[in-house]
Design a protein around this ligand. Structure first.
Ligand code: NOJ
Ligand code: CA
Length: 604
């Protein structure tokens, strides 16, 4: 285990950590098959150390049929052969630790894969069997059970239920099953098979939801956590963390609102901007049948006890899309998760009032439970922020990704630079998504026949999905594969030719590049006590479209200014500009620019 992080005490290192998300299949391809792998990551660990991060979060690296890019896990205790082997993962963990980089891995507890042995045996077993009880199997509605058991829909569109077709009905096109065939796989026709039950999947049919009321499920995941903690991982990012507990009767959703929101359920889970940020803490009138149910907290209390039973701080990070800061904070109460992603911040428009509101609400809600806030601009599910910030509508919504909307990428890049200095100077932890540091834009013109995200098909080809933010990274050279894989290899998604200007190598040599800004900002964030502290922030008076705050006090204080307005503004009095995201002609802070200042010495 690590002795200490470079910027944070070993104790509570996660409170201020800079955590870098590695989307394994798109990071670096060591063997030239076009798919990123652990060998690729191992070769690039020195790059990540030089960037100045404290930890890597790996998206799922487990064996998977890839119905949802690895978020359909077939074996929680092994490594996907395309990515490498368990022995290689263990080497990677050790090599990262030697560089003072911690390792966080995804765990996917809401659902498994339809190819997982538990599920294939459930399909082969009878209705009412012990095997099926680990999932949500139900008879259908209607005279012949031909209708889904309830009205829930999948987060990716389409029904949340797939029918297991009985032998006698083979050839009949049942809802869902015909389209995917998940229920067909591994289902031996025979007398043991119950005719026509349906199973629940809040995502694709290849991702059957586990029944978290079943003791086997709880015991299995407790054992999975221990398996990886025993191998030295420093924490887990918990996928779909608010969805695990289901209404025992699987009641219809009907008009039940999302907790804290009047938005439709799908949209809110997917991350629509939060409503009324300053409203009272809301207690849902009736519990939602599958989002943020109170029972879910018992699971994380158990997981926290497991994490705490290991030496050195092991962390639990929740992926909780919940447009209600007070309900979100419940996951962070003492004895539960260490942190959650701040999706309100990610979804927020490039607008001073809106950002001030999100920052304030975040700080208040976390303060109440003694938790560390986090700040995140992008991840593998959302449109890259360079592209978002160059559009007329700069907010993010999963249900309307605005693909093809014009984006001024020069403007988006300028704002992304300012946003980096905003993000890295707020108290708490930060998340970077691979390629943020290169200023990569979304790739919006991938040919339709290459799209792999299940969102594309399940939305009836209306939502192009998330492939545009998952294009393999450009490392070096003038043409694809840009050092992502060996010369002549073909990346699993094509890289734009213009990325020759955005390679890590090209940016390494350019002092004004995004990469150099990230390196400098991350280094200063560790080196300046006011920023490294993780707490203490006070708003300073400023024009309405300028964010201005102070971190720390006394001679070590840092003042942060972010100009989101249309006109240059004077810098506050200062003795030194520590860092700025762009030039400051005439000593003014131009639009879409941020600066870190050392305020005048007291008494001057
Ligand atoms: C959230 C993950 O980030 C996303 O990529 C995935 O599709 C869903 N959870 C389902 O696992
Ligand atoms: Ca590979």
């Amino acid at each position: 285990m690590l002795d200490s992080g470079q910027g944070a005490a070993a104790q509570d290192w996660w409170r201020t950590a800079a955590i870098y998300e590695v989307y394994v299949r798109s990071f670096a391809d060591g063997n030239g098959d076009g798919i990123g792998d652990l060998a690729g990551v191992r070769a690039r660990l020195p790059y990540l150390a030089e960037l100045g991060i404290d930890a890597i979060w790996f998206t799922p690296w487990y064996p998977s049929p890839m119905a949802d890019a690895g978020y359909d896990v077939a074996d929680y205790r092994a490594i996907e052969p395309l990515f490498g082997s368990l022995a290689e993962a263990e080497k990677l963990i050790a090599e990262a630790h030697a560089l003072n980089i911690r390792i966080i891995i995804d765990v996917v507890p809401n659902h498994g894969s339809d190819q997982q042995p538990w599920f294939t045996s459930a399909l082969a077993a009878a209705a009412g069997s012990a095997e099926r009880a680990r999932y949500h199997f139900r008879p259908g509605r209607g005279d012949r059970g031909e209708l889904p058991p309830n009205d829930w829909t999948s987060m990716f569109g389409g029904p949340a239920w797939t029918r297991v077709r009985p032998a006698a009905e083979h050839g009949a096109a049942e809802h869902g099953a015909a389209e995917h065939g998940a229920a067909e796989h591994g289902a031996e026709p025979g007398p043991a098979r119950a005719p026509g039950e349906w199973y629940l999947h809040l995502f694709t049919p290849g991702q059957p939801d586990f029944n978290w009321a079943h003791p086997d499920v709880r015991a299995e995941f407790a054992s999975v956590l221990r398996f990886w903690f025993d191998r030295g991982v420093d924490g887990f990012r918990i996928d779909s963390a608010a969805l695990l507990a289901k209404d025992p009767g699987l009641a219809d959703l009907g008009a039940t609102p999302t907790p804290g929101s009047s938005a439709p359920v799908e949209a809110a889970v997917a991350g629509l901007p939060a409503p009324a940020l300053d409203g009272p803490a809301s207690q849902p009138a009736a519990p939602h049948p599958f989002i943020d149910r109170d029972e879910v907290h018992g699971i994380y209390q158990e997981w926290r006890r497991i994490a705490d039973s290991y030496p050195a701080d092991r962390v639990l990070i929740g992926e909780v899309w919940l447009p209600d800061a007070q309900r979100l904070a419940r996951y962070l109460r003492p004895g539960e998760l260490h942190s959650v992603f701040n999706f309100d911040f990610l979804c927020c428009a490039w607008d001073a009032a809106a950002l001030r509101g999100v920052i304030g609400t975040t700080l208040d809600a976390h303060d109440r439970v003694g938790a560390a806030p986090t700040w995140v601009l992008s991840n593998h599910d959302v449109v890259r922020h360079v592209t978002r910030y160059g559009r007329a509508d700069t907010a993010f919504s999963m249900t309307d990704r605005q693909i093809g909307e014009p984006s001024d990428l020069a403007l988006g890049t300028r704002r992304a630079r300012a946003a980096a200095l905003l993000t890295f100077s707020l108290p708490g932890g930060v998340y970077l998504y691979q390629g943020d540091e290169l200023g990569l834009p979304e790739v919006e013109d991938l040919p339709e026949e290459l799209l792999q995200d299940p969102m594309w098909e399940r939305s009836g080809r209306t939502n192009r999905g998330r492939d545009g933010c998952r294009v393999p990274l450009p490392w070096s050279g003038d043409a694809a594969p840009f050092g992502y894989g060996p010369e002549g290899s073909v990346p699993w998604l094509p890289q734009p030719a213009e990325w020759k200007n955005l390679t890590a190598q090209a940016q390494q040599e350019d002092p004004g590049s995004m990469l150099q800004l990230y390196r400098t900002a991350l280094r200063l964030r560790r080196a300046l006590p006011a920023l490294a502290a993780g707490t203490g922030m006070a708003w300073l008076p400023s024009p309405p479209d300028v964010l201005c705050y102070q971190r720390g006090a006394g001679p070590e204080a840092v003042t942060v200014m972010v100009n989101l307005g249309g006109r240059p503004v004077p810098l506050r009095p200062h003795q030194e500009v520590l860092l700025s995201s762009g030039p400051r002609p005439g000593g003014l802070l131009p639009p879409d620019t941020a600066a870190w200042l050392r305020p005048p010495a007291p008494g001057r």
